[in-house]
Design a protein around this ligand. Structure first.
Ligand SMILES: Nc1nc2c(ncn2[C@@H]2O[C@H](COP(=O)(O)OP(=O)(O)O)[C@@H](O)[C@H]2O)c(=O)[nH]1
Ligand SMILES: [Mg+2]
Length: 301
């Protein structure tokens, strides 16, 4: 299956639900007027785009309709597609992993798909010819380390682990050492995600970040927050919580295959001004795509 086909399949629930609503609006289309715009705004809001972002997209669409004297149904749809793309293109979603080594620190609450995403990303990087080391810095449960180890093996990467309960920052410290010794290209750090002890968790992240900055001051660092798309608007508030503690450089949005809430991508980007870098569209190792706004919008409209 081609890349776009897989993306389309992964996003089919979102696409079907979105197109159904759009078709409803256009089924009795007579002319382009304020009523039509209101109905389109409703479609966006119902598709989890978020009120603020939906209002903005429709305001831009209204301007264009006036300026370009748009009257046809197809033109409205094309303009809407482009306005959705503009929201996503307003942020740069290129991965910054240009130094050797570079670091990816992965954060997010429990169950969103951090460990799985690390496996998939490590595999992608390795397929690109990069040497990857993984740090098992979720030391809260032994099972978390075992799960990550399975992914590291699948992806053919080295992993650094310590006993359950070890200070996560010391795991990262050792992993940096191994990264240097092996001349690896990228170090990826898993972290714990228990939010019921938020202060402790956030302090832990700050400590990990300090170790990385001290040991690898000149390295490119991506700090990716992993979000579960099925949680819809709740994902947006999770970004806000992590943004207060660490400087998030990008988002990994998972489980897009299991939800019709894919429209949340637009709200997440617009409200936080943080780019989406990867999207997860399944549980297999190859089900992780580098985010591309054009392909994404094409896959949902
Ligand atoms: N359908 C689907 N499931 C996913 C995706 N990413 C992760 N999962 C599942 O979500 C669950 C939690 O993942 P895990 O990586 O353990 O989350 P963590 O607690 O954040 O490390 C697992 O059952 C994964 O298989 C995805 O893109 N699509
Ligand atoms: Mg995990």
């Amino acid at each position: 299956m081609g890349f776009l086909d897989k993306l389309k399949q992964g996003l089919s629930k979102t696409k079907n639900s979105f197109n159904e609503k759009l078709n409803d609006v256009f089924s009795n289309f007579r002319k382009v007027d304020e009523e039509l715009l209101e109905e389109l705004e409703e479609v966006l809001i119902m598709s989890d785009v978020g009120v603020e972002t939906s209002t903005k997209i429709i305001a831009n669409l209204r301007e264009r309709i006036k300026k370009e004297k748009i009257e046809e149904e197809e033109q409205v749809k094309n303009a809407l597609r482009e306005e959705m793309e503009h929201i996503l293109d307003a942020v740069d979603n290129a991965l910054q992993l240009n130094t050797k080594p570079s670091v990816i620190l992965v954060v997010g609450v429990n169950g969103v798909g951090k460990t799985t995403s690390i496996g998939k990303i490590a595999n992608r990087l390795r397929m690109d010819g990069k040497k990857v080391v993984i740090a098992a810095a979720d030391t809260f449960r032994a099972a978390a380390v075992e799960q990550l180890e399975i992914w590291a093996n699948r992806a053919g990467c080295d992993m650094v682990k310590k006993e359950e309960g070890t200070d996560p920052a010391s795991v990262v410290f050792d992993a940096i050492k191994m990264t240097k010794e092996k001349g690896a290209d990228v170090l990826i750090c898993d972290t714990a995600g228990r939010l019921h002890n938020k202060k402790y968790l956030m302090d832990e992240l700050i400590k990990i970040k300090k170790v990385i900055d001290k040991e690898l001051p000149d390295a490119n660092k991506e700090i990716l927050v992993v979000l579960d798309a099925t949680t819809g608007q709740n994902a947006i508030s999770q970004v806000k919580a992590f943004k207060e503690t660490v400087q998030i450089t990008g988002i990994v949005l998972t489980k897009l295959d299991g939800t019709a809430k894919g429209g949340v991508v637009l709200g997440i980007v617009e409200e936080n001004h943080i780019p989406i870098k990867f999207i997860g569209v399944g549980e297999q190792i190859e089900d992780m795509e580098i985010f591309n706004s054009k392909d994404f919008v094409k896959a949902i409209i």
